[in-house]
Design a binder for this molecule. Structure first.
Ligand code: PXP
Length: 256
């Protein structure tokens, strides 16, 4: 069911590919999971084509572009190879993320301020072909201002530090991280940027972030794919949607 509010849920299907790649075959198929997510109320699908192709493959991106009705958010590092792939496919959105080979997951936000010139030139052709350009950054005014200056239309705030503090029960740090996310969502919005958020969100941690009125999209992957083992993908997504709607103050409307 479509949500009654304007908060979109993007489902990241990278870790369906992680399970597939554990055996090197073609099962389970991330494109099939993406179609099921779409049928289960996902407003968009996110996939990160990493330089080392550890989960999503080039063929997966071909398949997603062909099969999806909802927008694809193509996550990529700011490399020439990825730029060429994005220019060929012209997905609805590209999200520029930092990437380190040795990391298990995207550990921090992009250092936009340090690479402003290069990134401005990097994203210009992507914008020219009609992709909405999003930059994955920490909740930091300096990075937000730099993202705005280089011409990004969207920022995605990294919620990982908040989620880690939440999971560990470090309450003071959790509240500090949440406060920064809250303030920086409002600040980015005041500059005219569309605000997204994601990384590490779970049923337990999603509500406070979903409640920020400036946040228009949450991108959630690992937890949903994990939860799908226990409840199935459709119920796992439906429960996340319910929690987001409740946090937005739309619980009654979306339930009815
Ligand atoms: N948003 C961005 C930009 C990401 O890099 C990731 C992880 O690939 C996510 C959201 C989703 O994070 P998680 O899988 O922890 O929910």
């Amino acid at each position: 069911m479509a949500a009654a509010n304007d908060l979109r849920l993007g489902i990241n299907i990278d870790h369906v590919a992680t399970v597939r790649n554990a055996r090197g075959g073609d099962y389970p198929d991330p494109v099939r999971a993406a179609k099921l997510a779409e049928d289960s109320g996902a407003d968009g699908i996110t996939a990160h084509l990493r330089e080392d192709r550890r989960h999503i493959s080039d063929a997966d991106i071909d398949g997603l572009m062909e099969a999806l009705r909802v927008p694809l958010n193509f996550e990529m590092a700011a490399t020439e190879e990825m730029q060429q792939i994005a220019l060929r496919h012209k997905p609805h959105a590209v999200c520029i993320v930092p990437e380190k080979r040795e990391e298990k997951t995207t550990e921090g936000g992009l250092e936009v301020a340090r690479e402003e010139n290069r990134l401005a030139h990097f994203i210009a052709p992507l914008r020219d072909v009609g992709c909405r350009v999003s930059i994955f950054i920490a909740a930091d005014a300096k990075q937000i201002e730099a993202a705005h200056r280089i011409g990004a239309q969207v920022i995605e705030l990294h919620t990982g530090a908040y989620c880690d503090a939440h999971a560990e029960g470090w309450l003071a740090e959790r509240d500090r991280e949440l406060q920064s996310l809250r303030e920086m969502s409002a600040y980015a919005h005041s500059l005219g940027l569309e605000v997204h958020a994601g990384h590490g969100l779970t049923y337990d941690s999603v509500a406070p972030v979903a409640a920020f009125p400036e946040v228009k999209e949450l991108n959630i992957g690992h937890f949903i794919v994990g939860e799908a083992i226990f409840r199935g993908l459709q119920p796992a997504i439906a429960e996340m949607r319910r929690l987001m709607d409740d946090a937005r103050g739309d619980g009654l409307r979306s339930a009815g």
